[in-house]
Ligand binder design. Structure first.
Ligand code: 5AD
Length: 350
């Protein structure tokens, strides 16, 4: 698919025409990753953050109550993920120096010693040594969104920690080389993000050979600088539910084997149907939140995050019912990326 074709889909508003896009995405999803929906237990380990991203509710200057889960609390969540039948636990946090290299390695080893879970880390931009150490400890996957392929926009919303630190794209390449399954993604409708930018994001997904792609609508957080400025692009893409589905469907078409979640940000825009519509338009993964309820509301990267009040058990039961009702099945096992297997086979053949 060319950039022009992508842009023309992103601009399409005719519901009948869009049915074709949804159908293509759903067919591709079925053909390449099948009918299984894999559940990943999400644990928001800490809301401390050293960074100043202009859109994020847990950015360093936010005057919010901060928490950092203990090793034992994280292990308890991993046990819960396993007992609910999930194959993966995702440890996500702000860029928190208090989550030291050795502490995370220790937690990864402890989870691996006790459970067969795959472990995904999503802990921000960390040093090459830390990333290598975590891989050694047994971590399987790493998520680091590049947020937007538009460099100027990226710099505007994302002040660097140090001038000489590796870029997110450098880090993604490094993660690849370390043997992680690598995930990235973007926000849709950031103020200053054009239709062309979104099409270029899709191209970058393809170039990066991503194993996992996460994307959701940009949701303005009242406590953040971007909320005040919100400078629109000349050709501004809206942060709408529909635009997010289009990006999801197109991501499936450009990376047919990737694991793609129907994200919480999407269900925040449509609590009733967001998750299902995401799954029907390209997604094959759901990430139920296993963060202890006492911390949930504090992990407010954007306002009114969906399902804040459900207990993990309620969340799991509810989700499974809805997935079965769609004629899909709950994925068994770890749900490793078919994209990674495919790339490895391809490399062996050369
Ligand atoms: N709106 C939507 N998504 C956001 N994220 C952070 N802040 C917001 C926001 N205001 C997303 C970023 C980050 C992920 C963990 O959450 O894409 O990578």
């Amino acid at each position: 698919m060319t950039i022009e074709e992508m842009i023309s889909w992103l601009r399409e508003d005719d519901e009948r025409a869009l049915e074709d896009l949804w159908r293509m995405a759903d067919d591709t999803r079925r053909r390449f990753v099948g009918g299984e929906v894999h559940l990943r237990g999400l644990v928001e380990v800490s809301n401390h953050c050293a960074r100043m991203c202009s859109y994020c509710g847990i950015r360093a200057p936010s005057r919010i109550q901060r928490y950092r889960m203990t090793r034992e609390e994280v292990l308890e969540c991993a046990r819960l993920a396993h007992s609910l039948g999930y194959g993966t636990v995702v440890l996500q946090a702000g860029e928190d120096p208090g989550l030291t290299g050795p502490l995370i390695s220790d937690i990864v080893r402890a989870i691996k010693a006790e459970t067969p879970l795959a472990i995904t880390l999503s802990l921000g931009e960390r040093t090459p040594d830390e990333l290598a150490g975590w891989r050694d400890a047994g971590a399987d996957r790493y998520l680091l969104r590049f947020e937007t392929s538009n460099e100027k926009l990226y710099q505007r919303i994302h002040p660097p920690s140090r001038q000489d630190s590796p870029s997110r794209l450098d880090l993604l390449a490094m993660l690849h080389d370390l043997g992680f399954e690598v995930g990235s993604g973007v926000m849709v409708g950031i103020p200053g993000q054009s239709y062309l930018d979104l099409a270029r994001d899709l191209e970058l997904f393809r170039e990066l050979d991503l194993h996992m792609i996460g994307l959701g609508p940009f949701l303005p957080h009242p406590g953040t600088p971007i909320f005040e400025e919100s400078e629109q692009a000349k050709d501004q893409a809206p942060a709408s539910e529909l635009m997010t589905y289009k990006m999801l469907a197109l991501a499936r078409l450009v990376c047919p084997r990737a694991n793609i979640p129907s994200t919480t940000a999407l269900s925040t825009l449509n609590l009733e149907k967001g998750r299902e519509l995401g799954l029907a338009r390209g997604a094959n993964i759901v990430m139920p939140n296993l963060t202890p309820t006492r911390y949930r509301a504090l992990y407010e990267i954007y306002p009114a995050k969906a399902a804040v009040r459900d207990t993990p058990e309620q969340c799991a039961a509810n989700l499974e019912k809805r997935i079965i009702a769609m004629g899909r099945t709950i994925g068994e096992g770890r749900g490793d990326s078919p994209a990674k297997l495919h790339h490895e086979k391809r490399e062996k053949n050369y």
